[in-house]
Design a protein. Structure first.
Lengths: 379, 152
């Protein structure tokens, strides 16, 4: 007999907490002491399951060059790093290095503004040490990192379709899994972090992480941490490889917006997916142009009905109808807290503010949803 | 945050913490370790909790990270035979099986929402996901759960 979803009590899917678990938890809680020192720095969470961008990377390996953000974004959605951001990243202040588990971590391209913080961190073995350094998945296929992975496999002389573990066994060298993830203070956290490694030709690794912020960061600098983790993989018994982790404090100059509150005129009514466009304004930062568009739900459409229509979000085009590349902050915000008003925020990659923009509120999933009308907006 | 407040909060949220840990680890010994470690880590990092109203979201985030660490330390693959049968079955075993069949990325937000009553915004903060993603995952989780239950 079919069961009705609204009659289900999900808590009934769980048995009561066993006494042993409750005792362990409460004993630990009661064992703490007021005088126990707090960690000097604030707790920053780590996104363990990072959004993998591997499928979108297509950078070529250049001789002994350490990959940076322009390589990372080079093949990803056609996203480019605006000139102003490149300038900032290339002049990243030295943050020093930290050695953990036999791996030396050195941040080399950092960027922060109130909406995003980015870190490219080099992870390498000390001079003269033999071994392979892979990212967070030693069981990943080397060639899965597209051109970068294939080039590395070729340089190592192994089949790109084997895993890092298999490669290390074949080459008879130690294998290290290393990652360096941004952790930001709780009060500035925006949304899901993206991270991924690229493999440099000299055997080192560049670990990239992008953490969207909530727009509340202010002042001259943004202080945060890198969560570093290293595991030397036991090639004989790969299931049991304890990892070491530590934090590294970093401080990044907070880039100020280049131009704020640029309003685009909405000269005609625009309705798509039952949402009426109210206003559009932009803010240019070194990392790209943030576009804020507000809509109002028509009729009595509920927020659930709106979400059931799909991943409906504003898409941005130039005056010739060509889509703008996504900005480096590839997350977008759909804020429905003030429903029936919908606040959206997205980023496009441009060096300056366009005089004319074309917008369509449409389903982000290609080929799905109804065709959306477009509207031309001018400053 | 003083110790009394901390212990009271942990006590009040113990059941929820166990269910979240179980959703990820599905093994009581691992849950026990993760819960213990979470309490100790949380106390050590209490300065990060600027507003005590967010205790629940904050502790869930610490727990989830700890569970993932526990998972990594554990053997990479555990055959079903290795997962011990719980001593006491859940009140609704059919629902439990259907929930188990969901991938973790759907099971966890669904549990936080419908078992623990967390808002989309709280879940988004706890799981490090945009709210839109949370909504989407919960929507998909409900659909998949319905299919699992229909197949029973």
């Amino acid at each position: 007999m079919k069961r009705k979803m609204d009659e289900l009590n999900l808590r009934d899917a769980f048995r009561p907490m066993p006494e042993g678990c409750r005792d362990a938890l409460m004993d630990a809680a009661r064992s703490v002491r007021e005088e126990d020192k707090m960690k000097r720095t604030a707790f920053r969470t780590v996104l363990i399951i990072a959004l993998i961008l591997a499928a979108t990377m297509a950078a070529a390996v250049a001789s002994s060059r350490i990959f940076g953000w322009t390589d990372f974004f080079g093949g990803s959605y056609g996203t480019k790093v605006p000139r102003a951001a490149q300038e900032i990243m290339q002049h990243t202040e030295k943050q020093g290095s930290k050695t953990l588990g036999g791996i030396i971590f050195t941040p080399h391209e950092l960027y922060a503004d109130k909406n995003i913080v980015m870190a490219a961190v080099e992870a390498r073995l000390p001079e003269g040490e033999k071994g392979l350094v892979c990212g967070d998945d030693p069981f990943g296929i080397i060639g899965a990192n597209q051109d970068n992975g294939k080039a590395v496999a070729e340089k190592l002389g192994v089949d790109p379709m084997i895993t890092w573990v298999e490669a290390a066994k074949q080459l008879n060298v130690p294998l290290y899994s290393a990652e360096a993830l941004l952790e930001v203070p709780f009060e500035y956290y925006g949304s899901e972090m993206m991270s991924d490694p690229m493999f440099n030709e000299d055997g080192s690794l560049t670990y990239f992480s992008v953490q969207p912020l909530n727009g509340k960061a202010s002042g001259e600098r943004f202080d945060c941490q890198l969560y570093l983790r290293v595991a030397r993989i036991n090639l004989e018994n790969v299931d049991e490889s304890p990892s070491e982790s530590d934090y590294m404090d970093i401080s990044i100059p907070l880039a100020a917006p280049i131009e704020k509150n640029v309003t685009y005129k909405v000269k005609e009514d625009y309705v798509s997916y039952g949402m009426k466009l109210d206003s559009v304004y932009g803010e240019l930062t070194p990392a790209g142009l943030y576009l804020y568009a507000d809509f109002t739900a028509q009729g009595d459409m509920t927020v659930e009905q709106y979400y059931e229509k799909g991943q409906v979000m504003p898409m941005w085009f130039d005056e010739n109808g060509q889509p703008y590349p996504f900005g480096m902050n590839e997350s977008y915000i759909m804020d429905t807290e003030e429903w029936p008003t919908l606040h959206t925020m997205g980023m496009i990659s441009v060096d300056s503010i366009p005089d004319t923009l074309v917008m369509a509120l449409e389903d982000d999933n290609p080929g799905s949803g109804e065709p959306a009308p477009r509207i031309t907006l001018t400053k | 945050m003083d110790k009394d407040f901390f212990v009271r909060q942990i006590d009040a949220h113990a059941g929820m913490l166990y269910r979240v840990a179980w959703s990820i680890l599905r093994h009581d010994d691992d849950c026990k370790d993760a819960l213990q470690e979470t309490a100790l880590k949380a106390w050590q990092r209490r300065s990060a909790l600027r507003d005590e109203r967010y205790f629940r979201t904050w502790i869930v985030r610490i727990l989830i990270n700890t569970c993932y660490d526990t998972q990594r330390k554990r053997r990479r693959t555990i055959s079903m035979e290795e997962i011990p049968e719980p001593a006491c079955p859940p009140p609704d075993p059919t629902l439990a099986l259907a929930l188990e069949a969901l991938p973790e990325k759907l099971r966890l937000p669904l549990t936080l929402c419908y078992s623990e009553g967390m808002s989309y915004a709280e879940i988004a903060r706890a799981l490090h996901l945009p709210q839109a993603t949370v909504r989407g995952r919960i929507h998909r989780a409900k659909e998949q759960l319905r299919k699992e239950l229909d197949a029973e």
